[in-house]
Design a protein around this ligand. Structure first.
Ligand code: SF4
Length: 440
């Protein structure tokens, strides 16, 4: 039986991870990459790499603050990039965006007028019909101001995701995200007033000093707003982020704390009218059916704009350079805002047949509903059991697969161990590329 070091190996929100990307030489033309790809149900993602503070746990591609009109120059560059990308998509067949999202960083770091411009880029440059398709936007409590929310609601936002992390001020400080409960509550009230259909609240468990009691307090404070969605994130402490673990809590004890709080949170939400969509995502059972699922669709293409965003064709995932370190991120943003030629892909990774099958299995299995093996067979001509016998046997041995269904899906314990299941499905090649990547 292969070994799993920890239930918290890594959060697999996209496969392969950007640390497995490499500079593409020669740089392929986007028009060639997208020729022949289905383009009638694309996802559009606009990435804003600015935040007011850098949370201690965060390894996302973002910088603190934006001096000297940097946001204007960033939007100028995004406008140029959007023009080039839309041109590369061509007009031979229909080009349509089925889902849209503004992520970061903190998109609401932008002013209300800049958010208008961001929407204009999505609509006028890319042709996305923001009022007709789901539009998800991430916000922080301090930047979820009435004027910004009014713009977002008016332009068609269907889902507003607020990073709260904890309703206990001391815990927020411990996670290096200083904020006051009163400000968080005021932001939530403003969001509810705008009547954006789906409110998501992000919470974190595993913070130093967090107890069952204080976790319950945060869960109940969130539930008081009846959010349509709740994401419960285990805390990770990653290299080059601000949060050095000060406490001497042994790793095994911390794992145990996170598993315990996970189960508590899951059971509490299931008892309060929520269904589990994935390890992290819970949805109110009577919530309106708008907003994208916690589901990176395995087949549809994605267009990412901004220097932290990825794009996916069926055979290549690509982006710009990647970094976690603040100085490196600033350099990459500075390069982006002076770039004129956006017609080629810079950094990426080919997705061959094996990686495509892994990606499909991984992303389906990490959803609570799992997958229909028939869909997999229709797409790939084989079964997951034929393609990944060792991995699936190892999950089954641990009781991580639900044996009572024809679907291939994780058991409750399997879902609890999603962050071990995902990495176990990485290919040896991707694993080696990630290991060889020098984090910067
Ligand atoms: S967690 Fe969100 S708000 Fe905090 S630094 Fe990262 S991107 Fe910014």
């Amino acid at each position: 039986m292969s070994e799993y070091r920890t239930p918290y190996e890594s959060y697999v929100y996209a496969y392969p991870h950007k640390t497995a990307y490499r500079p593409l030489r020669p740089r392929p033309a986007l028009s060639e990459l997208w020729a022949g790809e289905p383009k009638d149900a694309l996802s559009l993602y606009l990435h804003i790499p600015f935040c007011e503070v850098r949370c201690g746990f965060c390894n996302l591609f973002t910088r603190i603050g934006a001096p000297d009109g940097l946001t204007t120059r960033y939007l100028d560059a995004m406008d140029r990039q959007a023009t080039a990308v839309r041109e590369a998509l061509g007009d031979e067949g229909p080009v349509r965006f089925a889902t849209t999202a503004f992520g970061g960083g903190t998109p609401t770091f932008l002013t209300a007028a800049e958010l208008e411009r961001l929407c204009d880029i999505a609509e006028q440059r890319m042709g996305a019909d923001l009022r007709a398709v789901p539009l998800s936007v991430e916000a922080s409590p301090a930047t979820a101001t009435a004027d910004r929310l009014a713009v977002l609601a008016e332009r068609g936002t269907t889902r507003l995701s607020l990073g709260v992390q904890s309703f206990v001020d001391g815990e927020a400080r411990a996670a290096v995200r200083p904020q006051r409960r009163a400000d968080v509550e005021a932001a939530l009230a403003r969001i509810r007033e705008t009547r954006i259909p789906v409110l998501n609240i992000d919470l974190i468990y595993g913070i130093d000093g967090q107890t069952e009691h204080s976790w319950q307090h945060s869960l109940d404070a969130a539930l008081a707003w009846k959010p349509e969605e709740l994401y419960l994130y285990p805390l990770y402490v990653r290299p080059l982020t601000g949060l050095g673990r000060q406490s001497a809590t042994p790793a095994a004890e911390w794992d145990e704390q996170r598993l315990r709080l996970y189960r508590q949170g899951r059971d509490h939400l299931l008892a309060h009218g929520y269904e589990q969509v994935s390890m992290r995502m819970f949805r109110r059972t009577d919530a309106p059916a708008v907003g994208a699922d916690d589901y990176a669709c395995q087949t549809d293409g994605m267009i990412g704009l901004g220097c932290g965003a990825r794009s996916y064709t069926s055979s290549l995932h690509y982006s710009f350079d990647y970094a976690v370190d603040m100085r490196e991120i600033r350099t990459i943003i500075d390069t982006y805002i002076t770039t004129e030629d956006f017609a080629r892909a810079e950094v990426g990774r080919q997705i061959d047949g094996d990686e495509g099958r892994r990606r499909h299995l991984l992303q389906s299995l990490l959803q609570a509903e799992g997958m229909d093996p028939g869909d997999y067979r229709d797409r790939f001509g084989s079964t997951p059991a034929e393609d990944f016998p060792a991995e699936l046997a190892s999950f089954a041995e641990r009781g991580w697969l639900d044996e009572g269904t024809h679907r291939l899906r994780l058991s409750a314990e399997g879902l609890a161990h999603s962050d071990a299941v995902g990495p176990a499905l990485f290919s040896p090649r991707v694993r080696a590329a990630m290991a060889a990547y020098e984090l910067k």
